[in-house]
Each structure stands twice: as structure tokens, then as C-alpha cells.
Design a binder for this molecule. Sequence first.
Ligand code: GCU
Length: 695
Amino acid sequence: MNQPVTPAGELMADYHAAWLPWEAFSAIGSRRSAIHGEGLLADTVRREVEDACARFGGATGADEDAELVLALYSWSALPAAAEKLRNSVAEDPGDEGFVLARQDGVTVLLAGGPAGLLYGFFHLVRLGEAAFGADHPPRTHRPVMRRRMLDHWDNVAVHDVMGQVERGYAGGSIFWSDGALTKDPARVRAYGRLLAASGANAVSVNNVNVHAVEARLLTDRLDDVASVADELRPYGIGVYLSVNFASPIMLGGLPSADPLDPAVQDWWARTTARVHRRIPDFGGYVVKADSEGQAGPFAYGRSHAEGANMLAAALAPYGGVVYWRAFVYNHRQDWRDRSTDRARAAYDHFAPLDGQFADAVILQVKYGPIDFQPREPVSPVLAAMPNTRLAVEVQVTQEYTGQQRHVCYLAPLWREVLGFRPWGASGATVADVAAGTGPGGSPGGGGGGLVAVSNVGDDRFWTGHPLAQANLYAFGRLAWDPSLDPSAILDEWIDLTFTRGADGVPDQLRHTLHAIMDDSWRTYEHYTAPLGVGFMVNPGDHYGPSIDGYEYTQWGTYHFADRNGIGVDRTQATGTGFTAQYPHPWSSTYESPHDCPDELLIFFHHVPYTHILHTGATVIQHIYDTHFAATQRVHEIRSQWQKIHNVGLVDSDLHARVAERLNEQARSAEEWRDQINSYFLRKSGISDALGRRIY
Ligand code: GCU
């Protein structure tokens, strides 16, 4: 697999081009360009521009009459237009950054390093003809988050009935096939290209639940990992591995994995050195320890700081890091005991360890305290560890948001999380914490960034549901700049994906996609579990409604509905005390059922069905209203999509795939509506004020 950069044109053979169809390159490809830079990523850019020119009639190599100049800021002999720009900007934009200006009819992009050249190039692709319009002064672009990673929960071999990719809804793995390395390396390269064009820069290539086969990627299967890294490197994507904490026992034949045992430390040091010899730019490890059956330091009476620091010590000499996941909880709780609370677990385990983690440790924190529900409060851990490098983890894969059978555009959810201010209106945001510019400054030398569980598989459309591609794109864009508007990101994605070259995207298609996607997260929220309570899903596969499916199990995800009311009392006054894990003002806002935002009411409180929300509706009427309205909405978007087909605005196979998924979404939404409404009618004995039919 150690080949030179594949011509970009060959990357789009058997699968959908996603947000990089040829038409998206027409503005660049039809012009005369000059490229000044060296190194692998600069070569990638050069190749991309050459390929675009071959198709659209432009040329590279021009200097004096170039309409586009792409150059490294430090390049010694710049063409006049670029020299002029360099003289007018105060500083180098940093390795991943770039300055863009249009002056005297020339578009000039000056990058701080080869990676900046690559991101700048894809920025120009996004701009299309707009990059060559009116003159404008220099604008500097650089990522807010240095670390922008996709975690793949891919198993090398099919592990159980759920398929090869844990919580994957788009076919098998693009990295691994039949227990071996994929035979389609071009697909891996094409994935790297898509990620680079979205702004992401790292990938972890195997499941966080590391089974025996996957554990060996670290040792005797290392060549396979190196091959994946070779494919991703030309697009600036670094490679990470999920490792099993018990590897010294599983792979090294040691009797223990105790992090304070010198033999264990030595095994990790030697193993990691070997990884770095084989993959010199290897990024590091991802670890799920002491969680849902995975091994961890607790078995040896050691803390998670001791466990993580041992791996950090092995990685640090090479500049690697360990992403240590904070998703640690007791998954064998006693459902009869109302004082235990899974929501408390991550904070209880980790907040006391603040300041004890080595610089090369990044604590990877799920955005909510439970588990990627469509609605959860932001995890209090993100506000409790100013002396620790924190990464925020989200799910692009739609485990709890419709499993890529339902349309659910997730950028509005992530934007809300990233913009949340745990310390109140004048305090820092969650994005600041992840970027390393929060209250604790930059612990460990930089923030942990944004991490997402990928939604990609070997499906022809990459993501099963073609519209779910927008989530992958939006993840990269928000990691690059968390202040972006989700609707504007959607427009970028629409422009790139559905462009017809110079004619752009037909208005009707754009309007329909916005109508279908802008509010799709809200719509999903409204026909599924109400008011933040979560987890009314089928146990195991987590698809479709099962209101009591988890209610009397040991997983710690309850709603406590009875004939009088519903919700989990997480107050300090009478409940589990979870609200106290938040700083002021949120601790008191959440503590009060009157101040608590409606959408989180029954996450924090057990309330009667007649409790009046801020909207003026009772809880029970809200449940009925939202379930009827959101299901109706799904039927509407389905007919809007049908109209698009009638006028032939998208390829028929893409149209058909979306239409098939919308049929399932409509069926499933009805099922949710009927089960939820019937359940609460029977529990509460209170009928719908509007007299609609409930079974
Ligand atoms: C969820 C998911 C699991 C996954 C876990 C994790 O619980 O259902 O499949 O392993 O999250 O984040 O580790």
C-alpha cells in the first residue's frame, strides 16, 4: 500500500463522491495557478490542482499571470502578488493556518505550513467562484481546535450479531475486512481526503472495546496499521490505536497489567517504541478502561491517573498522547436503589484526579453525563477539571439518533454543547475548554479538542443514509471553528455535494434540504423520549421505542414513570445530588423545577404529569403534542423529498436511498408516537386535551 499519492480523480470510482464531486473543483480547475511549497501535503495539493486543471482546462506552473497563488509563507522566492501579501500580514498563520486575500485580480493563499496549504486549498474548493470575485483584504484562518479526531468503533473481524462496526449503520469497516486489512486502500485514501476537506486531522482505527483480535494491531498486526497510516498521511490524517489495558497480559505474557509494576511499564515503553519505529508519526492510544467489562487500573487498586500516566510516559518521548476516556461507570447497578446515579459517575471518578494527569494525557469526556442521548445536559466533568487537558466526545454515528435510518442533522446539537457556558453567561464555553483556552488555560500544552465516533462504513454512500454525510462534514467544520452556524455549514455541504458547476445548486433543492434537515434533531427529539429523560429504546440495539426496556435492568438508565409522574430526581434537596456537580449558576438553575429548562426537566426532576412547563403546557399535554406534531413533520418531509424526485434534481439512486430511509423513519416515528402516547395515557389516566386518537 506504500504508493505515491493517487491521482485525485481515481478516488471516486465505485462510491459516492460525497462533498468532493468533480464539479466542486471547477473554479480552481479552470484557472492558472502557481503553487509554491514542498513536502508530502504540498505535493497532495499540487496533484489536486493538476487533476482539476486537467479536467477543467486550467494550468499549473504559471507565475507571472497566475490568477491563483498557493504558497508557503516561508517560501523564499514568492511571485509578486504573494510577496505583496506577505509584506502586509504581520505574522505566519501557524502550521495549519492560512491567510487568504484577493488583490489586483489575483487570489493569494499563504499557508503557515504544508497542512495549512492543504486546508487552504479545500477552503478555496468550498468558496468556488466566490474565491475569484471582488478584491478583499487578507483574512486569516486557523483551527480553533488543534485536535480533530474521528474514532472508529471498527472491529477487524465481525464480532457479534451487530455486525463488524460497533454501533455502525453503514456496512462493514473501510479499514478491515474479513479479519484482515482492507483490499481497497483507495477507499481509505478517499476517506482521508474527505476528512481533510472537512477539517478533521486524526483517526483512531479500531473499536474502543478491544477484543483479542484487535488487541494484536499493537504488536504482530502493526504492519496493517502502518498501511492504513500510509494511505491517510497524504491528507494529513494522523493514526491512533485503541488499546486494551490488559495488553501486557494478553500480548506480552506478563502476569499483570499493574501500571506501577516496572515490568509492565517496560513492556509498554518497548511496545510503543516499536510502534513509533514502524509509524514515525503515530498519534497515540485511545483507552476505554474499567468500563463495560474492559480491563483497567482498578483491578490493581490504582487510579485512572496512574493508569493513564503510565501510557503517557511510553508515548511522550515521541510526541504521542493517550486519549483516556471518562466513560467509566458501574454497569451493574441496583435499579431498586434510587440513590445511585449513573449520571454522577464520570465526575465522581475523575474530578478528584484533576491535576494528577501527565501532559500527554487527554481526558476524553462524552458531551453528556449518560451516553449520547438526543438530549442531555452538558457533562459537569467539562467544568470540573481546569488542570487537565479535556476533549469533548460526540457521536456522529447515530446510535441514539435514528441509526442513519432517520434524518437527524446533528450540528445544532453539537453547536449547542460547544457554545454552552458552564460558568454562566460571562464565562468560558465548552469549546474554549476543548481548545485549551478555558479557565485553566492550556493544561498539558493544549486542549484535547473534539472527538467523534465516526458514522462511516463501506456503504456506497459512506454513511448509509446519504444525508448523514452532512454530519461527518459538520463535525470537521465545527472542530475547526465551533462558532460556525449549523445552517451555514449545511449550505456549504449542499453547495459542495449537489453543485452543478457554475450553475450552483438549484434553489428548490436547497430549500428542500434545509426544510428536511435544519430542525431534524428537534423533530427526532420530539417523537422519541420526552423532556430529556432518554433511554426509552430497545435494549441492545438501541433502535426504536421500548419505554420500560431498560427500566428494571442494571444499566442505570431509568425514567421512574408511575401513575403520578415521571423523571429522575437529581436534586441536592431530595434526589441523587447530581445538580451539585455543576458550578454556579447551573447548579441552582437545574436544582429548581421552575428554573430548569423544559427540555431537561425530567432529566433533573420527578414531576407530576400536570406540572406546567415554561410553554404553558402541562408535561402530559407536551408529550402528546410533540409526538403528534413531530410525526406529522416526518410525513411532510417525506413528501417534500418526493417532489424533488419529480423534477429530477438529484441522482435517482441517491434519491431512492433517501426515500427508502424516509419511509422507515415515518414508520418508526409513528411507532414511537403510539407507544409513548399510549404508555403515558395509561399511566396518567389523563386524556389528550385535543381528543386525538391514542391507543
Ligand atoms: C455506548 C455504546 C457502546 C459503546 C459505549 C462506549 O454504551 O452503546 O456500544 O461501547 O457507548 O462509548 O464505550
